[in-house]
Ligand binder design. Structure first.
Ligand code: LHQ
Length: 264
């Protein structure tokens, strides 16, 4: 497959994948999504390629869904079939990234919006250039986060911050993104490619199978559904309810005194 909207370069054991629609801040189209899935498939199938470096060309990282893709429908007053669009695009692309048994370093070189943030989040380590910006832009167009945004963001920054960012769509600067754990590191714009590249080279020289398994195991550890969390809580709480300390705690409360816990 020849690529029109991304570039794919082999640099030793590192696959450098660059989103390449700089005049549109690398907004995601169906074509770009297909090309990314294809490129990730190439990486997966090639034992010589052992890490990915993902970046955007130009001043942006990725402005999310290309909103002009649905122009024709919007102009006619129609609504696009987003469900079908998602299943053809992000629901293939995001799992292809999280499921790749090789590390993906994302160099966030500029603005990331909507699904563009999800692309960064579906990568394994994020380094931002100082001019990077992040927005859960979905809400600004009356949508909920998609492309894994409700799943990946709380895992990176915690539920409260994820909800705040998703509700407000506020634009975060790179420093704030680092403070809340959305990216690991912020470096000057002009050294971003080199620093992220060095990390990718380092990861590519590590035991690839172990890295892939580590990625899978950490994802599995964070996978529970809410119902599973409630069931775990109930199981633990039932045991705690049987302890002396629980009884002591409620008695002390009733008797308006400090509790004397014994650890039993
Ligand atoms: C764009 C875009 C863009 C097309 C900049 N599309 N051209 C949604 C819908 C349906 C189905 C499935 O999933 C989704 C998921 C999503 O990702 S929803 C979120 C979609 N993204 C956005 O809403 C972000 C829209 N863009 C912006 O808010 C701004 O462009 C940001 C904050 C990203 C950057 O602002 P600036 O740095 O001021 O750049 P700009 O606005 O001047 O953009 C530069 C060019 O890129 C401009 O084109 P032009 O021809 O006028 O120079 C923009 O129209 C174009 N562009 N984002 N998403």
């Amino acid at each position: 497959m020849t690529y029109e909207q991304i570039s794919f370069e082999r640099d030793g054991a590192v696959a450098r994948i660059t989103l390449n629609r700089p005049d549109k801040l690398n907004a995601l189209t169906g074509v770009m999504s297909d090309e990314l899935v294809d490129a990730l498939g190439q990486v997966e199938g090639d034992a010589e390629l052992r890490a990915v470096l993902l970046m955007g060309a130009g001043r942006g990282f990725c402005a999310g869904q290309d909103l002009t893709e649905f122009d024709e429908a919007y102009r006619k007053g129609d609504r696009p079939d987003i469900r079908e669009h998602l299943s053809k695009t992000y629901h293939r692309l995001i799992p292809a990234m999280t499921g790749l048994p090789k590390p993906i370093v994302c160099a966030v070189n500029g603005v990331a919006a909507g699904a563009g943030v999800s692309l960064a989040l579906a990568s394994d380590i994020r380094i931002a250039g100082a001019s990077a910006r992040f927005t859960q832009a979905f809400v600004k167009i009356g949508l909920v986060p998609d492309s894994g945004g409700t799943y990946l963001l709380p895992r990176a920054v915690g539920y409260a911050k994820a909800l705040e960012l998703s509700l407000t769509g506020d634009l975060l600067d790179a420093g704030t993104a680092r403070e809340i754990g959305l990216v690991s590191q912020v470096v000057p714009d002009d050294s971003l490619a080199a620093e992220a590249g060095e990390l990718a080279v380092r990861l590519a020289a590590m035991p690839t199978a172990a890295l892939g398994e580590t990625k899978r195991l950490l994802q599995a550890s964070l996978a529970p559904r809410l119902e599973e969390a409630l069931a775990r809580e109930a199981e633990a709480q039932a045991r705690m309810g049987q302890t002396d300390d629980h009884l002591e705690g409620v008695m002390a409360f009733a008797e308006k005194r400090d509790p004397r816990f014994t650890g039993r």
